[in-house]
Write a protein that binds this ligand. Structure first.
Ligand code: BDR
Ligand code: CA
Length: 307
């Protein structure tokens, strides 16, 4: 069983990633850390607490960084709405976040058990970068980082950049250059995970409040993706990173050198991936290339059945 800390900016697809990570028997979700991203921290934190409360996910939740390291904050209301979770409504939460800061928790947990914990950030990389800056020994203690972010192809927030990296490029640069074993699940992969209509119907047929919430989230998120990107169905980006932590055979990866563009220009926030190895630089990431959809969708739907 792989022990993981999930770092989120909840967000429709973050919510689904939390549900998969907490439900799957191959993972032990040790904690959830939260950062600003899709919305301001106050909202991403409230969304995380609400999801965990509704689904009775009893793991500690830590609030982290409210702002990117250097750049001005950007958020994503066009896709995730003013609340960060569209029009979803929740009962009063049954629980509260911890007092400790997410950055301090990540450092404390990883240093206590070197080589044990996998970090899965599916959000801007501010919490991880801050932790690497604050505690230089951290990079030798993390088992692996599996992140959702970046692309070797097109961006989604600018023509060149994916949202999680664009929202904090300096943080992403620190994480990619940290030397930790790293897998990048970028848009090239996550755009292969657009929820097919038959999967949506399967989820609809599960009679539980959690599955019904996922249907509602998918409707809302699907409409946003239709309007903003012209996609026929919404891609559940963050779920792909969790799925890879569960079963690495679901996603084919290719080792590459990845550099993050931190110069303010047209390509600000782009992950420049040396797909063909033309720079001769040693790879610093396994970059996701293709998704085994035939096994990915049942994995996700079966996890939802367990609520
Ligand atoms: C990423 O940005 C957010 O909108 C999603 O939650 C995902 O983590 C996709 O670019
Ligand atoms: Ca996210």
């Amino acid at each position: 069983m792989r022990r993981v800390i999930l770092d989120v900016d909840t967000g429709h697809d973050d919510a689904m990633a939390i549900l998969l990570a907490a439900a799957h028997p191959s993972l032990k979700l040790e904690a959830i850390t939260v950062v600003a991203g899709n919305q301001v921290l106050e909202k991403t934190l409230a969304n995380t607490v609400n999801i965990c409360s509704l689904a009775r996910i009893d793991v500690p939740i830590y609030a982290g960084m409210a702002q990117p390291l250097v750049r001005d904050q950007v958020i994503s209301p066009a896709i995730h709405g003013d609340s960060g979770l569209g029009s979803a409504v929740f009962p009063a939460p049954l629980r509260e976040p911890e007092d400790e800061h997410a950055v301090d928790f990540i450092i404390r947990a990883c240093l206590a058990e070197p080589g044990e914990l996998t970090l899965i950030p599916v959000a801007p990389l501010t919490n991880l970068a801050m932790a690497f800056l604050k505690e230089p020994r951290l990079k030798d203690c993390v088992r692996e980082v599996i992140l959702m972010g970046g692309a070797y192809g097109l961006g989604n927030y600018t023509p060149a950049a994916e949202f999680n990296i664009f929202a904090d490029p300096e943080a992403a640069k620190i994480v990619f250059e940290s030397g930790v074993p790293l897998t990048m699940i970028g848009l090239d992969l996550t755009h292969q995970a657009m929820v097919p209509p038959e999967v949506r119907e399967e989820i609809r047929s599960i009679q539980s409040p959690v599955a019904q919430l996922v249907v509602e989230l998918l409707e809302d998120y699907g409409e946003a993706y239709r309007q903003v990107m012209g996609f026929p169905a919404p891609p559940i980006h963050d779920v792909c990173a969790v799925a890879y932590a569960i079963d690495q055979t679901l996603i084919e990866t290719k080792p590459m050198h990845v550099a993050v563009e931190t110069t303010r220009g047209l390509c600000f926030g782009r992950t420049v991936c040396d797909f063909y190895g033309i720079t001769g630089k040693a790879p610093n990431a396994n970059v996701a290339v293709s998704l085994d959809q035939a096994r990915f969708w049942p994995l996700f739907v079966n996890a939802l059945r367990s609520y």
